[in-house]
Design a protein around this ligand. Structure first.
Ligand code: ZN
Length: 72
């Protein structure tokens, strides 16, 4: 999964197509529809892995800041 500030990539559990989902939709536990096979994806089911991804993205960001500080 790719995470940025507002969007993340969510793989469809049925066809594995990568759908772009807004993080806010995941927070609100909305249902999205796969753009490829039209299956309904309950974002609620993916929320745990989403939070893990966001945390790891923050971790990467902090590492990047540390690297910048070390350059000074
Ligand atoms: Zn699909």
């Amino acid at each position: 999964m790719i995470v940025d500030k507002y969007w993340l990539a969510l793989n469809c559990p049925k066809c594995n197509y990568t759908n772009g989902v807004q993080i806010i939709s995941v927070m609100l536990e909305e249902t999205t529809i796969c753009h490829n096979c039209k299956v309904k994806i309950k974002l609620q089911d993916t929320i745990a892995s989403v939070y893990t991804e966001i945390r790891s993205a923050e971790h990467t960001w902090n590492d990047l800041l540390d690297t910048i500080k070390n350059f000074k």
